[in-house]
Design a protein around this ligand. Structure first.
Ligand SMILES: NC(=O)C1=CN([C@@H]2O[C@H](COP(=O)(O)OP(=O)(O)OC[C@H]3O[C@@H](n4cnc5c(N)ncnc54)[C@H](OP(=O)(O)O)[C@@H]3O)[C@@H](O)[C@H]2O)C=CC1
Ligand SMILES: O=C([O-])C1=[NH+]CCC1
Length: 314
């Protein structure tokens, strides 16, 4: 008797079952809290292995996790490349393998790119809900790639901003962004113009040197720093890192992978999961930075969500 082959759930199907990133919020909040609870939380997740591909300026990330609360076991394989010559190839590509945790059988292979875009934006939204100032009116997005779109979608669904601004290194892509999304967006000619007076800022670029300077940031603003996931890459300058209260998804990952944290020497105040558990305060009246690197357990709960929805319809 042969075993059942794994199912393949491609990007369109993932998108169909995960049409709004906000569907993931309860599962992600629980996963972040469980992760920060240590062994008691039942999340088994090493810091990811990132294998450089120096000849081509690329990286392969291997991201396994088990969540006892969800009884879900996955590993994501994600590649990310700097300076791709062929602009039709996305800079980040990912696949998630979902296993039966009781016996190790591979149950499903899922497109991981939609999952990565949506779970990352949903985690930034969780941080923003906790850390943004009261009466936040202006949202600023730096970058106009995949993450910029997914962040725009969930931020405008969950929060009411009077103004949304975008800046991108290549202005035409910011203009295209403004014409594609569902609401009005002001395209700015410089990052400083976009950031000045903003209450909530998202940095979602492939920059390797700071694009956001502490000088420009309104006191009390909240920053979601999504890019710069290598120990020698930066998006935020030292002034911003040192003069903000710093929240991370994982302390171990931040101290291993984040150039903004390692090179600035900034002190980590809390993991987001500690705030969700209530063991650390949120401090929304301060200038806050959430340094996001992306955690495997986020992919685990997202893949389980998609697989369960797919199974229910099949
Ligand atoms: N924290 C997390 O969980 C995750 C983080 N990420 C990170 O988020 C960031 C964005 O990813 P994604 O949207 O998928 O990438 P995309 O390739 O879709 O977009 C990249 C964006 O970065 C801009 N950019 C590239 N180089 C520079 C530079 N030197 N200075 C300023 N802007 C630059 C590009 O501008 P232009 O149009 O001019 O090329 C573009 O707007 C990446 O750093 C990625 O690694 C991704 C997944 C998960
Ligand atoms: O969590 C993730 O998938 C990634 N973080 C940085 C690059 C990809």
């Amino acid at each position: 008797m042969g075993s059942t082959p794994p199912v393949f759930i491609g990007a369109e199907e993932v998108e169909k079952h995960l049409h709004r990133a906000s569907l993931l919020l309860p599962a992600l909040e629980a996963a972040l809290a469980n992760f920060s609870a240590g062994a008691a939380g039942g999340v088994v997740q090493p810091v990811r292995t990132v294998l450089p591909v120096p000849r081509h300026g690329g990286y392969l990330g291997v991201m396994p996790a088990y969540s006892a609360a969800d009884d879900a076991l996955t590993t994501k394989l994600v590649t990310f490349y700097e300076h791709l010559k062929d602009s039709s190839v996305p800079s980040h590509q990912a696949t998630v393998l979902l296993f039966d945790p009781s016996n190790g059988t591979l149950k499903a292979v899922l497109d991981g790119s939609v999952i990565t875009a949506k779970r990352t934006a949903a985690v930034s939204a969780i941080a923003t809900k906790l850390l943004m100032p009261a009466f936040a009116e202006v949202l600023c997005i730096l970058g106009a790639g995949v993450q910029a779109y997914s962040h725009y979608d969930i931020f405008t669904e969950l929060f009411t901003f009077k103004e949304v601004r975008i800046w991108n290194r290549t202005k035409e892509r910011a203009v295209k962004f403004a014409s594609c999304v569902s609401g009005p967006v002001r395209v700015c000619s410089s990052a400083q113009e976009a950031v000045t007076g903003a209450d909530v800022i998202v940095t979602a670029t492939m920059a390797t040197a700071p694009i956001l300077s502490g000088d420009w940031v309104k006191p009390g603003a909240h920053i979601n720093a999504v890019g710069a996931s290598r120990p020698d890459w930066r998006e935020l300058d030292d002034e911003l890192m040192k003069n903000s209260v710093l929240f991370v998804d994982s302390r171990d990952a931040a101290l291993t992978e984040s150039g903004d944290v390692i090179l600035s020497g900034a002190e980590i105040f809390a993991e987001l999961g500690e705030v969700l558990k209530g063991t650390k305060p949120a401090l929304p009246e301060k200038t806050t930075v959430f340094k996001s690197l992306g955690m495997a357990v986020e992919d685990t709960v997202a893949a389980k969500f998609v697989y369960d929805a797919w199974s229910a319809g099949n």
